[in-house]
Design a binder for this molecule. Sequence first.
Ligand code: SAJ
Length: 442
Amino acid sequence: MKLSELRSKIESRDAVLGVVGLGYVGLPVSCAFAEAGFRVVGIDINTSRVDSIRSGRSPIDGQEPGLPELLTKVVREGRLTAADDYAKLSDADVVLIAVETPVASDHKPRYEALASASRAVGGVLKQGALVIVESTVAPGTMEQLVRPLLETATGGKANQDFFLGHCPERVMPGRMLANLRHVGRVCGGMSQETAEVMVTLYRSIVDAELDPSDCLTAELVKTVENAYRDVNIAFANEVALVCEELGADVWTVRDLVNKSPGRDMLLPGAGVGGHCIPKDSWLLIANANGLDAKLVTAARAVNDAMPLHVAHLVEDALMRADRRVADGKVALLGYSYLGNTGDTRNSPSIPLVEQLRSQGADVRIHDPHVPEYSSSSLAEAIRGADCIVLMVAHDEYRDLDWPMLRQLVRTPLVVDGRNIAGDCSPSSAGFTYVGLGRSAPR
Ligand code: SAJ
């Protein structure tokens, strides 16, 4: 099949789409293309996830507005089917690969899932089909890893026997379907014609800008946009540390800095978690031939140190209250990585809990969005505590009944890692308030 024929099949919605990897990226995009009129065959090696999707139930945790209903609809209509057998992709005209591309503790990308998916897809891919990788990869990976794997598995050549592109995802937990429809994307093709066909395909689900480009540029755009965010968060965090040393209030400083034209200082906080920001800086530099990328690596170090800084604030506050961490009771409010989500991947709360427990503290965790920590009530988590630590900006923590909490605690201390309590209400209820980025406690 020539690309021109593929373009026609896409325009007529006769093209069959395969999606490998039915997680945070693959499932919403499968549902969106099915809703747009395509027949979509979803593949995942996780059989319980496949079973859940087959029964029309979304396996994704957290609130994803519109996704559960859309999934039920397209499965009921038979537009989306799910399986764990790659052979089901043999008549697919387009195959999206949306598998995990984690970064290991050595900061190097782990491509086992991507390589396995590429080989398996190549083994069943039909002549002239288009393969699009949506997973975030280190710049250079499409040319150096995916293309050779597909050429070996198909016995063919890219741009001749099959076509290849990279369209990095821009989904965000809690806004997956909305982002998919209304946030622009880069369509990087292994050839210009391929990029143009990708634009035609994504136009069926995206009402925002679609920019045709090459694979390397698309790989760079994705990793750069997240490294950019990580560096800017690190800057805000470093300013917070300076303000603490000087006895100033970083939140006032930030508000006034951002009145200066062209400034947009981000939010200082207790750390940087999630499945994108902590890893994309490492992907950005992974194939840069050992370049000494000082800024992005320093930013990673600053952000990774923030949970331990919060541990220091807790230890310091307890000491001033004549309490020791070793026998202190700490109520940790918030275990996910981001406000109003239940996603705990790379959450800053994880190293904080480890640090406090390693010092002997009795840490009780509460998080209304994380099933494992939502059973205990807030009152139960806080009863007898020597320090309340606010780690995540969940809406549930924004207007707590501090006078009631004062009655429950053993020692009235609060460390606010996300500036969500505001010092007046805890202080007026009798708490000693310690805010990250603020001067010494009141
Ligand atoms: N964070 C801060 N200060 C900030 C912003 C975030 O400390 O000013 C922390 C958060 O608490 C969290 C981590 O950083 O722990 C990441 O937060 P995030 O707001 O960047 O949310 P993510 O991880 O879901 O990032 C996604 C990214 N989207 C994609 O990769 C498709 C990112 O590019 C988006 O900018 C971000 O969503 C967004 O703006 O919501």
